[in-house]
Design a protein around this ligand. Structure first.
Ligand SMILES: Cc1ncc(COP(=O)(O)O)c(C=O)c1O
Length: 459
């Protein structure tokens, strides 16, 4: 009898273990298609899909996306530059490192650390209308968070100002030129920027080929050849500047468009809040979400605001509601803890990259990079150096007048000085790409500098 009882207990224990194993397998391996024997809700199903793709590691050298190319039913890994193979584990030894472009992937780890707060689930019927309930095309809640962001960082005055959203700041740059140009004048407004400047100012002004405005190039050269009396001028002021990170001010002092893409604590000490008539910002360089395509303008004058608004309305009939929802979610995370977690992460990343870069470049007489000067930062409440998004590299040897070609021979791809209306003796190197890209860049620069004591022909 006692023996039968023992067998019975043993049998029951085995059955119980087996059932538990089956439940666990069903939960984790069975694709999570059911929770506690009930079908997944629509949002749980979306979450399972997102998490399954996010779990594809790509060896830490790439990323798989829900909307990526699918092979054998699974999205494929999209590998970082110089990495390959189905799981991005193969580093191609002689590959040229890419320090071109302005993709701000350096922020990606922050968003992975804040995965649960920043994810968005969009229902199939989310905001199908062109308009919000108040008949506008801009989310009031998002505008509130944009204003909150500026009041937390203290980088721009927003009280009593109008806010307009754009598809990236790229769209707003031309919208502002359109709004500031004079329609009734006999000659077009002269659009200027101080070299080295962001090439899109010229490209867009020329491309849109309006009777009302024309691109006239570098502000200082233009000023030395023209009198500003009775001349209609629109000046782009990029502060901090792309490519060299300089804090800039207007040269002419008339109608200005302040492009503040980089006016955030990760790139520059925040001094007094910017207080100009037209200021343009972008999500791309604030949170790193360049792909989301979202920017905003802060405008003092009502008539200018209305013209920018009509430009956006005629060109796109407003900004995607899906985009606005995502930006809202991201900004909610960004303002948490008064912005300290986000900006501490991003500033630490940028200042570390600058420390390592300057340590390598200080050993070089062949290359130099821009000087940086400390300023008091009201956001971190400390005096600190700027940590710009780009290194503006100069080739110092007289015969090396094409710096881009010199670096390319050493397997470093940058963006040539002439792209920014400067000399090709300069090249811009991006410091905001992925950690893999930065590590390879530093490795190539270190190799370059270590060869300096040898012959020039070595590279
Ligand atoms: C100075 C400057 N302004 C504007 C932009 C455009 O940014 P967005 O991604 O918002 O179009 C960039 C992008 O690199 C930039 O460097």
């Amino acid at each position: 009898m006692e023996k039968t009882k023992k067998y019975c207990y043993g049998f029951c224990l085995l059955i119980s273990i087996a059932i538990n194993i089956l439940f666990t397998i069903n939960l984790y391996v069975g694709g999570g298609q059911e929770i506690s024997h009930r079908p997944l809700t629509w949002s749980e199903k979306a979450a399972v899909e997102a998490e399954e793709v996010a779990a594809i590691s790509c060896s830490g050298h790439g990323r798989a996306y829900v909307d990526g190319i699918v092979l054998d039913g699974k999205p494929v890994c999209e590998c970082h530059v110089c990495y390959g193979g189905t799981d991005c584990s193969e580093l191609s030894p002689g590959c040229a490192t890419d320090a071109d472009g302005g993709d701000p992937i350096f922020m990606e780890p922050f968003w992975m650390q804040h995965a649960s707060d920043s994810a968005v689930v969009i229902s199939g019927w989310h905001r199908m209308s062109y308009r919000y309930a108040d008949d506008t095309m801009m989310s009031k809640e998002l505008e509130t968070y944009i204003r909150k962001m500026h009041s937390v960082v203290k980088n721009a005055v927003t009280e009593g100002r109008y806010v307009v959203f754009g598809i990236g700041s790229t769209q707003l740059l031309n919208a502002a030129v359109y709004a500031l140009s004079s329609e009734n004048s006999s000659s077009p407004s002269n659009v200027l920027a101080s070299a080295p400047f962001f090439p899109t100012y010229k490209a867009q002004t020329v491309f849109f080929n309006s009777e009302n405005f024309q691109f006239e190039g570098d502000t200082n050269s233009w000023q030395s050849n023209n009198s500003t009396d009775n001349m209609d001028v629109i000046e782009f002021v990029t502060s901090p500047n792309n490519p060299d990170g300089e804090l800039k001010d207007s040269v002419i002092g008339g109608k200005t468009i302040y492009d503040h893409a980089y006016l955030w604590p990760h790139f520059t000490p925040i001094t007094d809040p910017s207080d100009h008539d037209v200021m343009i910002f972008t999500l791309s360089k604030l949170t790193g979400h360049a792909g989301t395509r979202f920017g905003w303008a802060i405008i003092k004058d009502k008539a200018i605001y209305e013209k920018v608004l009509s430009y956006i309305s005629f060109s796109d009939f407003g900004i995607s509601k899906d985009t606005q929802l995502r930006v809202l979610k991201l900004l909610k995370v960004a303002v948490e803890g008064d912005g300290q977690p986000l900006f501490r992460f991003s500033y630490r990343k940028m200042s570390d990259r600058w420390d390592r870069l300057t340590s390598v470049m200080s050993k070089s007489t062949r290359f130099s990079i821009q000087q940086r000067h400390p300023l008091h930062c009201n956001f971190f409440n400390e005096t600190r150096l700027p940590s710009p998004a780009y290194a503006w590299v100069k080739c110092e040897r007289e015969e090396e007048y094409d710096c881009g070609a010199v670096l390319e021979a050493g397997k470093i791809i940058g963006r040539s000085g002439s792209t920014f209306s400067a000399e090709d003796r300069y090249t811009r190197l991006s410091l905001i790409r992925s950690q893999d890209d930065f590590e390879l860049l530093l490795q190539r620069l270190t190799e370059f500098v270590s060869l300096e004591k040898g012959s020039i022909e070595t590279m």
